[in-house]
Every structure is written in structure tokens, then in C-alpha cells.
Design a protein around this ligand. Sequence first.
Ligand code: HEM
Length: 192
Amino acid sequence: MSSIIDEVDYGPLAQLLGKWVGNKGLDNAPDASANPDRTPFTDEIVFTPSGPAENAEEQDLVSVRYHHIVRKLENGRIFHDQIGHWIYEKSTNTVMHSLSIPRAVCLLAGGEYKEDSGLSIFDVEAQAGSPVYGIVQSQFMLEKATTKAFKMRLTVKGNELKYREVTSLHIYGKDFEHSDESTLTRVIYDQD
Ligand code: HEM
């Protein structure tokens, strides 16, 4: 354990720190045809400590920063790249997830941290148009491939991390539930 981790109480976020890899991902993405694209993928996620933050001298937050790289299982090509922070407020048990993807879509999702039978559960949601946990996107995306809502459950137990996220889109003239899920294993602990 590093000195940085020792100094700051990251609460449940401490369990995320390190490098995680997996080859069990499944992407369900929209396609102009009637059939969605289902693509198996590999994951690489690195979580690093990003320190405490005090807001308006009354809110105490801690956070970890991550970079998530997704490659097609069949050829190793990167087809999704995501960065963001997971943020935790101990006094309210609130968990927040900010993310940015290079399609010109960013969001802040929020929810509650839970534990169940040794499993740590991070549940967050965001809705387009909400002033609190909302979504921002480019003019093009708003018009042609709107992200209307986002919902994610990430769970951790020891060195196993799972996630499932559903991005509610409106694209090609119809609603589409774009979903991604995977299971990863921690290969390096502590990335400060
Ligand atoms: C592991 C996570 C993800 C993977 C592997 C993934 C992959 C993909 C793929 C392959 C497409 C279809 C692209 C095409 O039409 O050629 C797509 C579309 C899209 N994704 Fe994701 N995605 C992920 C997560 C997300 C997230 C978190 C968001 C936003 C919050 C998002 C927003 C979109 C949007 C708006 C589109 C529509 C663009 C289009 O198809 O023209 N995706 N994604």
C-alpha cells in the first residue's frame, strides 16, 4: 500500500484501485439495419487515487480517476475509450460517476453505495435534461444519436470486478438500449 492511499480514506473506492483486465466483454450497439451489433471485447481499466476535495467548505469528497480501454476480441482494435472519476461522499453514502467518451458525450451519474454479502455495489444513473445527474452532448449527437439516459451497476469483490451499463439512445429514428457488460480481474494493485 502506498503512502497516498494511507493518508486519504477512499472508503469503498479503495477497492477499485489498480489495473484490471478482462476478455469477457459483450457490447450490444445500434446499427442502421434492424439488427443490433453484438461484439465480444477485452477490457483494460486503470484506477488511480485522485485525492480528497472539499466543496463550499462543507462537502467532503474522495475520488479515483480511471481510464477504460475496450478492444475488439477478434482483432485487438480499440473501439471504445472512456475516462472519468468515481466520487464518494461518506456522510450521505453517495456515489457519483463522471465520464467522457470521444463521441462528444459526457455525463455525471449518481446513486447510492451498497454492500450485500461481501459484494460492494456501485449503482448510478443519469438522465438527459436533469440539472443534477445529467448528460451533455454535441449538437450532432443530440440530433442524430441522442443519449437519453445512462444506468450502471459496478460490483467488486476482492480481485473481481463486474459491470453492466445501459445507455438509452435514440438513433436511426427509434429508441435503442445500448448495453455493455464485462468481468475483469485485478492484475496490479495500487496505481498511484
Ligand atoms: C464498454 C463500453 C462501450 C462500448 C464497447 C461501446 C461501443 C459502441 C459501438 C461499437 C457503437 C456503434 C458504433 C457504430 O455505429 O459504428 C456504439 C455506439 C454508441 N455509443 Fe457506445 N459503447 C460503450 C459505452 C458507451 C457509453 C458509456 C456511452 C454514453 C454514455 C455510449 C454512447 C454511444 C452512442 C451515443 C452511440 C451511437 C453512435 C452511433 O452508433 O452512431 N457508449 N458504442
